[in-house]
Ligand binder design. Structure first.
Ligand code: UDX
Ligand code: UDX
Length: 477
């Protein structure tokens, strides 16, 4: 099975960077990335490489090298399916909002639709690869749909055959390119050795062979969910310990460092923060919970659900302590929010802890000024479900206070942004926030001013020397 043409359905956070790296490493393969969303495709084809739809360090350079040569972005879904030797399904799989499994199970409508398109338009032998994270046994659904089409077509016209493989993606946002270039492992689940080898040969162009693992298809699907569940579990574990630290006088950074030295535990993913966000952790754990319940494993379901529950509790714990330290009321008080993305180095806000925390503060009547170097005001409006204040001045808005709070976009991180603020809350670990001059900031704030650092990125001595009150996550000292 020689691969000359790849088609990837879905030009999102996974499909875009993954296909760009494959194109860069395999100049003899034509890579076609297709998406129903024409705006997104236009953005990928943008003349200005700094304005691609996804911001990832190093990505623009790769797209610049390959686009128009062996990397193409278009909406010609059917046409590109037809000529592909291998098709990656990289469409989104959000949590179902209604019907059976609502709130937990993944909505597979897009995946099913892709499988039907592939079934109708593919020709000859095609390898279909599940790249999206999917519930265990989704490959069965895809196979059934593909099989139904081959049964009907092969009896009438030419031969059409398929192999289905699972090849989950482990890249993290913000480090997508380096995760793709130097993966800890590449996982390929499937049955047909020839198809597995064909996909492995693509990765072998830059990944050492011993890092390419072959498993059965269900293990591959489950390994992806389990991997995200374990990572999220570590964060919920350390965040739960942060609350104990604050109550007992311990310091969660010291606890993390001490336990991380144990090689059985390891030092990564032990940073306490405002609670995990991102498009995957919550969705994938809830998927696992749904799966466990489906098989009657209720205790297993409860165990994993508690990881999500602690995360929500931890976020509300942070909003509560802001309220408590500002004398139990935020009515008309200005609070500057530093960071809205779910982590640094991305413009993505999906499931960001900032969303719930900001909503809590607005519900308490606060006036938020939100700064983020990569997130647009339009995105924040969508996430908060609330337009920003317009036309009236800040002072007027505070005087007009009548219950629910409000917000504005604080585009520039200059000193004026802190004028008359009662508190500043760091929610994303953007490096520029660690070099703020707190002595200057203190002069602008209403006293007693509070700094809340949910990411532990500020120099506590500098903040305290500026005569500001300081809280940081898990610091009981
Ligand atoms: C990824 C994974 O694929 C998903 O399994 C994981 O759980 C979250 O991350 P991601 O790339 O982040 O998804 O999703 P997104 O950025 O929303 O991109 C998906 C793209 O697929 C969108 O651009 C959407 O327009 C496109 N799409 C969706 C299609 O082209 N066709 C469809 O039928 C459905
Ligand atoms: C995650 C997985 O890491 C990746 O393998 C998978 O393919 C997709 O899901 P991503 O969501 O992009 O990647 O980001 P990640 O770096 O894992 O961070 C997730 C969340 O956990 C962020 O909100 C981050 O701030 C938080 N986090 C991470 C912590 O609070 N503490 C840590 O120590 C690490």
């Amino acid at each position: 099975m020689k691969i000359k043409k790849i088609c990837c359905i879905g030009a999102g956070y996974v499909g875009g960077p993954t296909m760009s790296v494959i194109a860069d490493k395999c100049p003899d393969i034509q890579v076609e990335v297709v998406d129903l969303n024409e705006d997104r495709i236009n953005q990928w084809n943008n003349e200005d490489f700094e304005n691609l739809p996804i911001y990832e360090p190093g990505l623009a350079e790769i797209v610049k090298r390959c686009r128009g040569k062996n990397l193409h972005f278009s909406s010609l879904v059917r046409e590109k399916i037809k000529t592909a030797d291998i098709i990656f399904i990289s469409v989104n799989t959000p949590t179902k909002k209604y019907g059976l499994g609502a709130g937990k199970a993944s909505d597979l409508k897009w995946v099913e639709r892709c499988a039907r398109e592939v079934a109708s338009y593919a020709s000859g032998h095609t390898i279909v690869v599940e790249k999206s994270t999917l519930p265990v046994r989704t490959a069965e659904v895809i196979k059934t749909i593909l099989q139904a089409s081959t049964d009907s077509i092969n009896s009438s016209s030419g031969i059409k055959t398929f192999d289905v493989l699972s090849n989950p993606e482990f890249l993290a946002e913000g480090s997508a390119v380096s995760d793709l270039l130097f993966p800890d492992r590449v996982l390929i689940g499937g049955e047909n050795k020839k198809a597995i080898d064909a996909l492995s040969n693509i990765y072998k162009k830059w990944v050492p062979e011993e890092k390419i693992l072959h498993t059965n298809i269900w293990s591959s699907e489950l390994a992806k969910l389990t991997s995200n569940a374990f990572l999220a579990q570590r964060i919920s574990s350390i965040n739960s310990i942060s609350a104990i630290c604050e109550s007992t006088g311990a310091d969660v950074r010291e606890v993390s460092r001490a336990i991380g030295k144990d090689s059985r535990i390891g030092s990564k993913f032990l940073d306490s923060g405002p609670g995990f966000g991102g498009s995957c952790f919550k969705k994938d754990i809830l998927n696992l919970v749904y799966l466990a319940k489906f098989y009657g494993l209720n205790e297993v379901a409860d165990f994993w659900e508690s990881v999500v529950n602690i995360n929500a509790w931890h976020q509300s714990r942070i909003s509560q302590l802001v309220i408590k330290n500002l004398f139990g009321t935020l009515a008309g008080k200005k609070i500057v929010i530093l960071g809205f993305a779910f982590k640094a180095n991305t413009n993505d806000t999906r499931e960001s802890a900032a969303i719930q925390i900001c909503k809590d503060l607005i519900n308490e009547g606060a006036y938020l000024v939100i700064n983020d170097p990569k997130v647009s005001p339009h995105q924040i409006t969508n996430d908060l479900g609330m337009k920003q204040l317009s036309k009236i001045s800040e002072t007027e808005s505070l005087n007009m206070y009548d219950g629910l709070g409000s917000w504005n976009y604080g585009e520039n991180l200059d000193i004026e942004i802190f004028n008359d603020a009662y508190a500043i809350l760091v929610l994303t670990e953007w490096p520029q926030y660690s070099s703020i001059n707190w002595k200057e900031v203190a002069k602008k704030m209403i006293q007693p001013g509070w700094i809340f650092d949910s990411r532990s990125i500020l120099d506590s001595e500098k903040v305290k020397n500026a005569e500001l009150n300081f809280w940081r996550v898990g610091d009981g000292s």
